[in-house]
Design a protein around this ligand. Structure first.
Ligand code: C5P
Length: 305
């Protein structure tokens, strides 16, 4: 096997409650993750021994993605090689379809797919738990990126447990013209909370029940994100984008993760197209996409297993 391609989905948080920061600066989270059918594809290929790592990025937003050791996919390759005691020799190509710095965990998706793909290419054959430990070292969202589907997240968002879900959910994503930095959004939330009382997300019961019962209306009412107030404070223009959801007929909407992407819930695929067309006509976004969830996490192709 000299070349392996693995797809990794974007994620949104259906529910995201953020506690005060701990001594390490990280915030304890209570979150429900959902992977969506917007995928980056990571292709890894053998190179000659001693050649090291080479990273290439194709697709959308390529200028915004580093192609050196600061890229989380590169760090994933180095970490896997170190822990398994082999030389990090590979060519990695990321075909980016997930918008960058958008609150959709595209970088984490690439890192998770890189772990899976290189584990196959290098024959290191780690099990899911071992890959999950490496994922948690790389970033808070990487364990879910490896998991895919739907999951409940605690701790930094890296302690996952399963969520019962029936059926699919349909979404429209409003992609902003410029991104937001995750640490900046967390810092803004801390700043706002130091100034005044900021009402927070209550509990994820509504979202969990809605997923279990395949009840899109209930899901729409349960969507909540504590980071939204901070993202809106940094980017007041997003208020219009959030408001536009109700006018376009969405069942609910929220800022995804640390933003600035706004995720709008639709009743079914046809309704998603209608909502997307209405939102496109508003001219608020760089792009509007339809997607569905839960989408599967990164897996080795059958031929490489
Ligand atoms: O873990 P990761 O490197 O993806 O986190 C990026 C940044 O997001 C952290 O540096 C921190 O500022 C913030 N963060 C946080 N609490 C979390 C997850 C992320 O404060 N649970």
């Amino acid at each position: 096997m000299t070349s392996i391609a693995v797809r990794a989905p974007a994620k949104i948080n259906l529910f995201l409650a953020v506690d005060a920061p701990g001594a390490d600066g990280y915030h304890n989270l209570t979150t429900v993750f959902l992977a969506l059918s917007v995928f980056d594809t990571v292709t890894v290929s053998s190179v000659e021994a001693g050649a090291g790592l080479r990273l290439t990025v194709t697709g959308t937003d390529t200028a915004a993605v580093p192609v050196d050791s600061t890229n989380l996919a590169w760090r994933a390759a180095v970490l896997l090689a170190q822990r398994t005691g082999i030389d990090a020799d590979a060519s990695i190509t990321i075909d980016k379809q997930i918008p960058v710095a958008a609150g959709l965990a595209g970088g984490s998706a690439d890192a998770a797919a890189t772990l899976v793909a290189l584990d196959g290419l290098w024959g290191t054959a780690l099990d899911r738990d071992q890959l999950g430990e490496l994922a948690a070292e790389l970033g808070s969202d990487v364990p879910f990126a490896l998991h895919g589907g739907v999951a409940f997240g605690a701790g930094r968002g890296d302690r996952l447990s399963s969520v019962l879900t029936r059926g699919r959910t349909d979404w429209v994503l409003g992609i902003a013209r410029t991104g937001l930095s995750t640490p900046t959004v967390y810092a803004e939330l801390d700043r706002l909370r130091a100034q005044r009382h900021v009402p927070g997300a209550a509990d994820p019961a509504g979202v969990l029940t809605a997923l279990r019962q395949d009840d899109a209306e209930l899901l729409g009412r349960g969507l909540a994100n504590d980071l939204a107030v901070a993202a809106l404070s940094l980017r007041p223009d997003l208020r219009r984008a959030v408001r536009a959801g109700a006018e376009a007929g969405a069942l609910g909407q929220m800022i995804s993760g640390s933003g600035p992407t706004v995720a709008y819930l639709a009743r079914d695929p046809e309704h998603a197209i209608t909502v997307a067309a209405r939102l496109s006509a508003e001219g608020l976004f760089a792009g509007v996409r339809v997607a569905s969830g839960p989408a599967p996490g990164p897996r080795l192709p059958r031929s490489a297993r």
